[in-house]
Design a protein around this ligand. Structure first.
Ligand SMILES: Nc1ncnc2c1ncn2[C@@H]1O[C@H](COP(=O)(O)OP(=O)(O)OP(=O)(O)O)[C@@H](O)[C@H]1O
Length: 260
């Protein structure tokens, strides 16, 4: 049996604060295969970001184990890259300089890191903006630059925490499509946290629904679009697939969203 890229084994997480204890996650067990794209959805406060922080090694589980390549996560590792809602590009550095900062801090060769950064930025359609400051770029371009910066560290696991939610609707759709395509082409393993059910379905091979706090796995939905043949459609085309509405209905009902 091949070792999963990611494994949560009976994971629980309690936060301890002066005000008391919060059980954020309980009994979380699942695996993610190398190259798989998994979305996590659940109501606000159910522990989605906590789950990513555990994978990133920023916090340790109070119960169970989190493993990458079969090895327990005990702290941050360059193997794991993050993309967040705020791109947090440094305004005083050019786009290319933003990309080489991480590799430089890690001690990579400067020249080699610069070549890598330029290659990535060109591939992501930013070849004309290597020497631009982040403020000269649109929101969508900034997110592509943020992805290039993350990829420059050559992670093989990508954690995406609401990475598109600061973008306007149209940009959000096309950037999600582009970035989803890049991640798949590069064979990365990705976990996306989002409140957007269509986005979760359109981008992922599986959608995990968490219950209200403490977050437990309520259900796991494999997503496939046989109407598109063997090749998986991009996230934009997936929304038009005949299978899409029934996935949406199922996940929506699982989430038990109540509008007051
Ligand atoms: N550092 C912390 N200290 C104490 N409690 C925390 C901490 N971080 C998160 N929590 C609590 O843990 C629970 C889960 O938080 P988390 O941010 O993981 O949820 P989430 O599902 O990502 O929420 P949202 O969708 O609103 O971003 C919440 O009740 C939150 O208040």
């Amino acid at each position: 049996m091949t070792t999963p890229k990611i494994e949560f084994r009976d994971v629980g997480l309690r936060y301890f604060t002066p005000k008391g204890e919060t059980q954020a996650l309980a009994d979380i067990s699942f695996t993610v295969a190398q190259g798989e794209f998994v979305s996590i959805v659940g109501q606000s406060g159910c522990g989605k970001s906590t789950l990513l922080s555990l994978l990133a090694g920023l916090i340790r589980p109070t119960d169970g184990e989190v493993l990458i390549d079969g090895v327990p996560v005990t702290g941050p590792s360059p193997q794991v890259g993050f993309m967040l809602q705020q791109d947090s590009l440094f305004e005083w550095r050019t786009i290319a300089e933003n990309c080489v900062l991480g590799p430089e801090i890690r001690g990579d060769d400067r020249f080699e890191a610069r070549v890598r950064a330029e290659g990535l930025l060109k591939r992501y359609g930013l070849g004309d903006f290597l020497d631009s400051k982040p403020s000269e770029l649109s929101g969508g371009m900034r997110q592509r630059a943020a992805l290039a910066r993350t990829m420059c560290l050559r992670p093989d696991v990508l954690l995406l925490d609401e990475p598109f939610s600061a973008l306007d609707f149209q940009t959000r759709l096309s950037i999600a499509d582009e970035i989803g395509g890049i991640i798949r082409n590069e064979g990365k393993t990705a976990i996306l946290v989002t409140h957007d059910i269509p986005e979760a379905i359109a981008m992922a091979d599986r959608v995990i629904v968490l219950s209200r706090r403490p977050g437990r796995i309520k259900s796991i939905h494999p997503i496939a679009f046989p109407s598109h043949g063997d090749r998986r459609p991009g996230s934009f085309a997936a929304r038009d697939a005949v299978e899409f509405p029934s996935y949406f209905k199922t996940v929506w009902e699982e989430l038990e969203v109540h509008v007051e």
